[in-house]
Design a protein around this ligand. Structure first.
Ligand SMILES: [Fe+2]
Length: 380
């Protein structure tokens, strides 16, 4: 049994209703941690790949005979029918906690199902199920009160913010992330980076959130390429979880802007992975925000190894956007919307739909249809 206690100490925190536990082997404590929160009948929600592999087996073993069932068909962007099905299963098995295992989709599915159960119980405070989360990617959903569901017929993703569905436990075990493939590591890591960037120029972020966002961005920028290169390196997985956890926490406090708004519209329409869309949109959304993000980009510059310049904030900001784009390219992620098969002719209607997004409306630089289109054309 390797000793990790010095280089990877166990982290335990309480943040806005979420108990955070991070450390190698932490999954062994999943059952007692749930019990402390009042759950003796957890129901596991995950995707087919994890459910059928060693990660699912390890979590089921940790939950032991307390586990009342497993839903193993979570799907990207959480189709509404899936959330309904999970809520129904959890209700019929008298589950008292929904444990989302995996990335943003299974954790989002657990949240969406819990939201339905809490609504159906007539009281948002219970007696429905609470949510717990065991992430294996860097999407951050495990510490936020936000989830999206998708109406597949209309190709529309709706994003809901509801404090009662914020996970009461976020358990990060880097050993469970060793199986996460490099492309998913890269795309969800860029999603975490985008949470930091949007927090840095958010109107709702205070001094403390900005400091956390910068620290998390630094950790992600330093570690992500290494974690992609060496997916089975436990230390890199540990550091990425430190970064993505703090990125998720700032997202929970500071909210999102035009970048996430566009990613949500595109994800709902084309069923493209959220992380991949993040990699395509982020540098262009950052460029759009250049006029209001001088301070944010000055702070990001050293983390991206962008030298200071005497030509002013605009030149430095442009170099920061460029360096972000190169960082993403270095991870081997797609860089163009056309790579996902999205037609140029669709862009105006995507831009129009984006203006309905709360995140787009919350962007610190006001976004018009033309502004949204400018970002989409640049990303196409
Ligand atoms: Fe995100």
């Amino acid at each position: 049994m390797p000793k990790h206690s010095e280089s990877m100490p166990r982290i335990t925190r309480q943040e806005g209703g979420t108990r955070i536990v991070l450390g190698p082997g932490a999954v062994q404590d999943l059952r007692p941690l749930l019990r402390e929160l009042g759950s003796t009948r957890p129901y596991l929600v995950t995707g087919p790949h994890l459910a059928g592999g060693p990660v699912g087996a390890r979590v089921r073993e940790a939950l032991g005979d307390g586990l009342v069932g497993t839903y193993s068909q979570s799907r990207p962007h959480v189709p509404e029918a899936t959330a309904e099905e999970v809520a129904e299963e959890a209700r019929s098995r008298k589950a008292d906690a929904l444990v989302g295992l995996g990335g943003g989709s299974p954790i989002g599915t657990a949240k969406a199902a819990a939201f339905r159960l809490q609504e159906a119980s007539g009281s948002i405070r219970g007696p429905g199920c609470f949510v717990a989360a065991v992430p294996t990617t860097y999407a951050g959903s495990e510490v936020t009160p936000v989830f999206g569901t998708t109406d597949l017929d209309r190709g529309r993703k709706s994003v809901v913010r509801s404090d009662p569905i914020r996970p009461r436990l976020a358990l990060y075990d880097p050993e469970l992330a060793l199986e996460t493939p490099p492309d998913l590591t890269a795309s969800t890591g860029v999603n975490a980076l985008a949470h930091c960037v949007e927090a840095l120029y958010s109107k709702d972020a205070g001094q403390e959130e900005r400091a956390t966002a910068l620290r998390a961005a630094g950790r992600i920028l330093e570690t992500l390429p290494r974690a992609v290169e060496e997916p089975r390196n436990l230390m890199y997985r540990y550091r990425m979880f430190e970064g993505s956890m703090e990125a998720g926490l700032v997202l929970a406090k500071a909210g999102m802007g035009v970048h996430h708004g566009l990613c949500h519209v595109l994800g709902g329409r084309y069923n493209a992975p959220h992380g991949v869309l993040n990699g395509i949109i982020l540098p262009h959304a950052m460029r759009f925000n250049l006029p209001i993000a001088g301070k944010a980009y000055r702070e990001l510059a050293p983390l991206l190894h962008v030298p200071s310049t005497r030509s002013g904030d605009a030149a430095l900001g442009e170099n920061v956007c460029q360096a972000t784009s190169e960082f993403i390219r270095g991870l081997g992620l797609p860089q163009r919307l056309r790579d996902l098969g999205i037609a140029k002719a669709d862009l105006p209607s995507i831009a129009a739909e984006a203006l309905e997004s709360k995140s787009v409306r919350a962007n610190p630089r006001p976004v018009t249809v033309d502004g949204a289109l400018e970002i989409l054309l640049a990303a196409w």
